[in-house]
Ligand binder design. Structure first.
Ligand code: HEM
Ligand code: SF4
Ligand code: SF4
Length: 393
């Protein structure tokens, strides 16, 4: 077994263990581990809602940005709370997106017909990180300045075209904050498109957790706001570089890695880290194709038996069957002039369509129809017995 498979198997065992622990704490229908994608989506909308309130008070200029955030925090009723909810909501979103990513990966739910969900997911992961980091820039305190400088070093330095593009010129001006604000708001809009792509191939995606779990999650975020109120650092001074950066650790790792490498590689550590991050992203995009395995048991239509009734296409959860005009030379049954066609890269090899076809016109190459029916009967019989969970097949 390859190192890759061993690692993923280990990940699968970790998730089984985590599921088991959570199933002792929660009734199974409320286990948050079963709703990681839905919870990510919930916090996405939560962050947008609270962000709209913050936007109403924000002034994107070097002179006013810091004070407008302070005004909201100190003077506007519940301003401190909304700021905290936005910040901790964004943190929660990132944590759940990462958990969701690791779960679909390690439980092997990312290949074949799930490839599109995976690829759009990788984009969503990157955009979630960008959305979080760009939020820190808007406060315009020492932390913002430090982040800007380190990001510029990552893309080659302050005077490279990318470094200039980031801040809108040779030096930081009011336009710098305008573009950060545009970026911070533009990224969620872009995410809407990728969320649409993410869900399009999933049949009935569960996009929100149950209400009670939602209340509990919101409760945790509210308590975090109360216990750890969000505060700014000292205002940014572009003439002076701050010494420390207090960004949440899960946003910091790229920068911290680069800062650590700097002792060995000098300033080249920053662009090298940036290139490594790009390479990791490319690898993640390619993962479903690098590990896709065979398509040996994709179902096959027997055209001569197909009546074009469409039952199989309606029942297929992976949109892997489309109806096409009967090709010339094939004498299909029925007079509809259409037959089913399988899209192999989308097929989950589940056999549902074999059971759905009343005319025996679809078969799984590695199983006979009788074997499939016997297996379905076995699973449904087990499901009818109380207290016995049915494992995903
Ligand atoms: C903003 C970030 C994200 C949101 C809001 C989100 C949301 C969701 C939701 C609601 C589902 C359906 C879950 C279900 O019905 O059980 C889902 C499925 C899926 N997501 Fe995400 N997701 C995000 C990021 C990611 C990332 C980073 C990846 C991986 C790179 C990913 C990969 C997948 C895959 C492969 C599925 C299909 C899983 C299956 O069929 O069981 N998602 N996502
Ligand atoms: S086996 Fe049939 S129902 Fe299952 S995914 Fe493939 S085409 Fe769809
Ligand atoms: S259910 Fe069977 S007969 Fe009907 S369209 Fe599908 S393959 Fe053809």
């Amino acid at each position: 077994m390859s190192v890759y498979n061993k690692t993923v198997n280990l990940g699968w065992r970790i998730w089984s263990w985590v599921d088991d622990k959570f199933n002792r704490l929660y009734p199974q229908d409320y286990n948050p581990m079963y709703y990681l994608g839905g919870i990510s989506n919930l916090f996405f909308w939560f962050v947008i809602g609270t962000g709209i309130v913050l936007f109403l008070y924000y002034k994107p200029s070097l002179e006013d940005a810091y004070h407008s955030v302070e005004y909201l925090t100190q003077k506007v009723p519940y301003g401190q709370a909304v700021r905290g909810l936005h910040r901790y909501g964004a943190d929660a979103m990132l944590v759940f997106v990462v958990l969701h990513w690791l779960r679909v990966w390690w439980t092997d739910r990312y290949r074949k017909f799930r490839s599109l969900a995976w690829i759009s997911g990788v984009v969503l992961l990157v955009l979630t990180l960008l959305m979080g980091v760009s939020g820190y820039l808007l406060v315009w305190d020492e932390r913002s300045l430090m982040l800007i400088r380190m990001t510029q070093w990552m893309v080659g330095g302050e005077h490279t075209w990318l470094g200039k593009l980031l801040v809108g010129g040779d030096k930081i001006t009011d336009y710098t904050l305008t573009r950060f604000l545009f970026f911070h708001i533009g990224v969620p809009f872009l995410m809407l498109f990728f969320l649409w792509m993410h869900y399009i191939r999933i049949n009935r995606p569960v996009v929100y957790p149950p209400a009670l779990l939602t209340l509990q999650l919101f409760g945790i975020v509210f308590v975090a706001c109360y216990l750890f109120p969000t505060v700014s650092m000292a205002p940014a001074n572009p003439e002076q570089m701050p010494q420390a950066m207090l960004v949440d650790w899960f946003y910091q790792w790229g920068y911290v890695g680069a800062a650590w490498l700097q002792q060995f590689l000098g300033h080249a550590a920053y662009p090298i880290t940036c290139l490594v991050l790009v390479a990791i992203s490319v690898l993640l995009f390619a993962l479903p194709y690098l590990t896709q395995g065979s398509y040996l048991n994709v179902v096959k239509v027997i055209p001569e038996k197909c009546t074009g009734c469409e039952y199989c296409a309606i029942d297929c959860h992976a949109n892997a069957i489309r109806m096409i005009p009967t090709p010339p030379g094939i004498k299909a049954r029925g007079g509809k002039g259409i037959i089913a066609e399988i899209l192999p890269t989308r097929c989950a090899e589940c056999g549902i369509c074999v059971g759905a076809c009343p005319f025996g016109a679809i078969e799984l190459p590695l199983f006979t129809e009788d074997q499939v029916v016997a297996r379905i009967q076995e699973i449904t019989a087990r499901a009818k017995q109380p207290q016995q969970p049915v494992a995903a097949e």
